[in-house]
Design a protein. Structure first.
Length: 758
């Protein structure tokens, strides 16, 4: 039976080899933009999200102004960018339309939805009502939060109870004395209880999460999601694959602990599988969605989970062992309890790891005091930190006070000492129970936090640039939200005597591109002292001079000047960095092959059961797995390094390649972008929005993204698609060339750009 369970465990580990290893998918921008008016429906519609999306679970429809479906669109991923969708446009008459979208994150499985209203031709009267559009962020349901809380409790409990022996007890309990037998029986009892309950929680939590995800993706109730919606969410999606792996691991651990938990080899295999469950949780965390060093973020999450499991699972094991030892009736019960509590008390360093990794994660996901105070994620995190502090205080109490007192009393004899030991143990059971309840509450809040948008992203809704001036007896406060290149809402709050106000305008000029001239914007009055405008007036990054002007009848105009800086919304998200290893499918397969081989080596005796013919087979499979995993891992690392050193451009550039790129640029790009790449070409001066300034933006985007734009074009802009006009290799040559317009571009590209001639 033991051999069968061990083989089953190995097969489950082998079955999860193809695992995909790559927070919420919020709409970042779109073309056409929300509230925009375009001359005609573009050939292609683009939507950019903050995370990779599951194409299988994506829904995109075009609605008319009354909400009736015009057509269901068929989106596809933009080449080289898993966070962007493109769909072919339709031929429609003039009027107001709405793009209704629903996507599911490929990272955490959360579903978001929203609308993008825009007008074709002349905007109708209903356009003003729809101008800003809407986006419904993922809101964790009770079922999803409960499922995640159960999953965390079960997974951490399993990992902690299996780690308790080697980490806390060590060799204590492995002998043949009465004390050793009592310890072994108490540990076995705790392992049985936690093994059953932990496996049930893992399976139940995973099932609840799967139903919640399927219901959100299909927009049905969890009961209605049973069937095709559930299959749609689980099969062929990354999040679904992780859920299936987790379920298989949970079932196998339950079988191992139910039948062969007495054997050390089986416990080692179960511990490895419990660690694999923690890996699946880390792969679905907010860190897995990071654009910079996702592998480091996942490793940090995994370390946090492992340390939390060692403490939480260890605490539950400790309480159950104390209960079992007292019920055993052994005369050495006081000494055993004192010894176990003392050994676990020394584990306070694990709390330090939990705290350190938690603080680092908080700094990354929160980023500012404002985000901590103003967002649901930040407020939930504050509560979690407070409860974590309670857990830590009780841990220190047990370590510094309870454990030494128990140990001292256990060395004494007599009825008075025995009564004192019982009193201390009784208090420990109460304080331990309080610590356990606080820890369970922390796990529940952790489940809630994984379903909330990280505070650093959520606080963007509060972002703005502002300035305040006084002139003509009025105090004017200008605010531009979000203060980034693109669509902004500009508000002017005016305090003072507003009698006879005829109008309020803004005169704006780009200080870095004065040749763009000055633009006047008329503000609409939205309240007694509030004037506002929404549009693409700040379409270019850099410094802007804004002159608010309030005209009043019979009085001198009140005017003043304010300077603001408009940021690039995409720079922080898509800037290329130094080489950062990516977790790909090949990388995860390599890691799992290595893990499978190591597990087989560790348990070879249990699996072979002393049979001479079986041992070479087990060793052979283990070596093949280790060698195969090592080869695959080395190949993947080599490929990633090659891509990094080549800048993700598959075309090697030589003198002929640079000359070819210059010819292509002058033929296809210079009319709009100019020979300097600043968007000042003969045709570019008359385009709205103006062509991109390549000297400012070429190095702000990955080369694969530049290639995608050259290939597919950018809907809503004058940038055409060159898929049919320019060959693939030539498009990559253009990508290499335009990076030379930037001051920090590659030296060979800058030299090639310098060779451009009228």
């Amino acid at each position: 039976m033991v051999r069968a369970i061990a083989v089953l465990a190995a097969l489950v580990l082998f079955a999860v080899l193809p695992a995909l290893a790559r927070a919420h998918a919020e709409l970042e921008r779109s073309a056409p933009e929300a509230g925009s008016t375009i001359a005609a429906m573009p050939e292609r519609i683009y939507l950019w999200y903050t995370e990779a999306v599951e194409l299988r679970l994506t829904d995109l429809r075009l609605l008319d102004a009354r909400g009736a479906t015009v057509d269901r669109l068929s989106p596809r991923l933009v080449p080289g960018d898993t966070r962007a969708l493109v769909a072919d446009g339709l031929t429609v008459p003039e009027g107001t339309y709405v793009l209704a979208w629903r996507v599911t994150s490929a990272v955490d499985g959360h579903t978001t939805r929203g609308t993008i209203p825009f007008s074709v031709g002349v905007a109708g009267p209903e356009a003003a009502l729809l101008a800003r559009g809407a986006q419904q962020a993922y809101e964790p349901t009770t079922l999803a939060v409960a499922g995640k809380g159960a999953l965390f409790a079960g997974a951490l409990g399993l990992f902690g109870v299996l780690l308790f022996g080697p980490l806390v007890l060590g060799r204590w309990g492995r002998g043949r004395t009465e004390v050793d037998r009592a310890i072994d029986e108490a540990r076995d009892s705790a392992l049985g209880w936690i093994g059953v309950l932990g496996s049930i929680l893992v399976l139940g939590g995973t099932t609840a999460m799967a139903l919640a995800q399927a219901a959100a993706a299909a927009e049905v109730t969890p009961i209605q999601a049973i069937g095709d919606p559930l299959a749609q969410a689980l099969v062929g999606t990354r999040a679904g694959y992780l859920l299936l792996i987790r379920s298989a691991l949970g079932v196998t651990i339950a079988l191992i602990l139910a039948t062969s938990r007495h054997e050390s080899g089986s416990r080692v295999i179960a511990l490895a599988m419990a660690g694999a469950i923690l890996v699946t949780i880390a792969l679905g965390s907010h860190g897995a969605a990071a654009l910079v060093w996702p592998a480091v973020r996942i490793a940090l999450d995994l370390l946090h989970l492992a340390a939390a499991g060692a403490w939480f699972g260890g605490l539950v094991t400790l309480l159950l062992m104390v209960r079992a030892v007292r019920r055993s009736g052994t005369v050495m019960a006081s000494q055993i309890v004192a010894g176990v509590v003392t050994r676990f008390g020394r584990m306070v360093w694990v709390v330090g790891i939990v705290a350190a990794t938690g603080i680092i994660q908080s700094l990354i996901t929160v980023g500012s005091i404002e985000a901590l105070e103003r967002t649901p994620y930040g407020r939930a995190l504050l509560l979690k930190l407070a409860l974590s502090g309670v857990v830590a205080l009780f841990g220190i109490l047990h370590w510094r006070l309870v454990a030494p007192r128990l140990l001292g009393l256990a060395r004494l004899s007599g009825q008075i000492a025995a009564a004192a030991v019982r009193r201390v143990e009784r208090r420990f059971r109460w304080t331990g129970a309080v610590e356990l309840v606080a820890a369970i509450a922390v796990l529940g809040l952790t489940g809630l936090l994984t379903g909330l948008q990280p505070a650093r992203e959520a606080v963007v809704a509060f972002r703005s640039v502002a300035g305040q001036v006084a002139a003509g007896g009025l105090t004017m406060r200008l605010e531009i939200a979000p203060g980034e290149a693109g669509r902004n809402r500009t508000t002017l709050h005016v305090a003072g005597d507003l009698t006879g106000v005829e109008k309020a305008v803004l005169r704006i000029q780009h200080l870095d591109h004065r040749d763009m001239g000055e633009t006047e914007i008329t503000l609409q009055r939205e309240g007694p002292d509030l004037f506002a405008h929404e549009g693409n007036q700040f379409a270019t990054v850099g410094r802007w001079r804004i002159e608010p002007l309030v005209r009043r009848t019979g009085m001198e105009d009140a005017r003043a000047r304010i300077e603001v800086t408009i940021l690039d919304a995409l720079a922080a998200r898509t800037r290329e960095t130094a080489f950062a290893p990516r977790i790909t499918t090949s990388a995860i397969v390599a890691g799992q092959l290595l893990l499978f081989g190591v597990v087989l080596l560790a348990g070879r005796g249990r699996i072979a059961r002393g049979r001479r013919r079986a041992m070479p087979i087990v060793l052979g499979i283990a070596m093949v797995s280790i060698v195969g995993g090592g080869y695959l891992g080395a190949s993947e690392a080599s490929e990633q390094i090659r891509i990094a050193t080549r800048g993700e451009n598959p075309v090697a550039m030589d003198a002929a390649g640079w000359e070819r790129a210059r010819i292509l640029y002058q033929q296809s790009c210079a009319q709009c972008h100019g020979l300097t790449g600043r968007g000042d070409g003969p045709a570019g001066r008359f385009l709205q929005p103006p062509p991109a300034d390549l000297s400012a933006h070429a190095m702000d985007h990955p080369q694969r993204q530049l290639y995608g734009w050259i290939t597919e074009g950018i809907a809503g802009f004058a940038m055409p698609a060159f898929r049919e006009q320019i060959a693939e290799e030539d498009r990559w040559r253009l990508v290499a060339l335009i990076r030379g317009f930037a001051e920090n571009g590659p030296a060979d590209a800058r030299a090639a750009v310098a060779g451009l001639r009228p």
